[in-house]
Design a protein around this ligand. Structure first.
Ligand code: ATP
Ligand code: MG
Length: 197
C-alpha cells in the first residue's frame, strides 16, 4: 500500500480510540518512555499536544514538569515555510490555534530553541515499523525540520509516540524521510537496531 492509503486507514483506526482509552494509553506511554535511561537523562524534551486521535501526552507532560525537565512544543514556523520551531511550554505560555486548528505556543512571545539543542523529540505519528520508518500526517514538517539529523554531529533522539496497533510491517520510505531512533507505545519502548541511541 502507498503512504496515502496507509495514512487514511490508520488515521481512521486512531480516531476510533475513545478519549478515556487514549488517556489510559498515555499513562502507559509515559512509563514506556521512562523505562529508557537516556530519556530519563534528557534535560530538554519536545512533545506534542494530542490531535486527530493521537496518543495522549498530557500525563507525560505532567511527569516531565514534575521532574524539572524543560518541555517544548512544535510551532509552524511563520517565516520558514514547511518547517517547525520549538518553543518552551509551561503553565504561562501564551497559546493560539494554528491553521490546522492545533493549539500551539504563540511564536511572537515564545522562548525558541533550535531543534539541535533538544535532547529528545517525541514525534506524533500515524504508523511506524520496527526499522524506525514513520508515516506522519503528510505535511513533511518533521522531515524538513530534522533534515540536519542526516549529517554527523550532535542530534536529538527522535522517539515516535504511538499506540501499539500503529505498528505495521515494513513501511514505504522516501529519500527525505528521517528515521526514528526509537518508538514508544502504550506497551513498550523499541530502540531501532543500528541506532547508536
Ligand atoms: N527535506 C525536505 N525538503 C523538501 N521537501 C520535503 C522534505 N521532507 C519532506 N518534504 C516534502 O514533504 C512532503 C510530505 O512528506 P511525507 O509524506 O514524508 O510527510 P510526513 O512525514 O508524513 O509528514 P510530517 O513530517 O509532517 O508528519 C513530500 O511531498 C516531500 O516532498
Ligand atoms: Mg515523512
Amino acid at each position: 500500500m502507498d503512504k496515502a492509503s496507509l495514512r487514511r486507514e490508520m488515521r481512521r483506526r486512531r480516531r476510533a480510540v475513545s478519549r478515556s482509552e487514549s488517556r489510559q494509553a498515555g499513562i502507559r506511554l509515559a512509563s514506556s518512555l521512562h523505562s529508557n535511561p537516556a530519556f530519563c537523562r534528557s534535560p530538554r524534551v519536545a512533545v506534542y499536544l494530542r490531535n486527530d486521535g493521537e496518543i495522549d501526552t498530557s500525563h507525560l507532560i505532567q511527569r516531565l514538569r514534575q521532574r524539572g525537565v524543560e518541555v517544548f512544543l512544535p510551532v509552524l514556523h511563520p517565516l520558514k515555510k514547511g518547517h517547525l520551531a520549538f518553543i518552551r511550554y509551561d503553565n504561562n505560555t501564551p497559546m493560539r490555534r494554528n491553521c490546522y486548528g492545533i493549539s500551539e505556543p504563540d511564536f511572537r512571545y515564545g522562548q525558541k530553541v533550535p531543534a539541535r539543542f533538544l535532547s529528545t523529540i517525541c514525534l506524533p505519528l500515524v504508523a511506524f515499523d520496527e526499522s524506525g520508518n514513520r508515516i506522519g500526517m503528510g505535511g513533511g514538517y518533521y522531515d524538513r525540520t530534522l533534515a540536519f539529523c542526516r549529517r554527523p554531529g550532535v542530534r536529538p533522539r527522535l522517539i515516535g509516540c504511538a499506540y501499539e496497533f500503529q505498528k505495521l510491517p515494513a513501511l514505504p520510505a522516501d529519500g527525505w524521510d528521517i528515521p526514528l531512533s526509537a518508538i514508544a507505545t502504550n506497551v513498550r519502548l523499541r530502540t531501532v537496531r543500528n541506532n547508536p541511541d
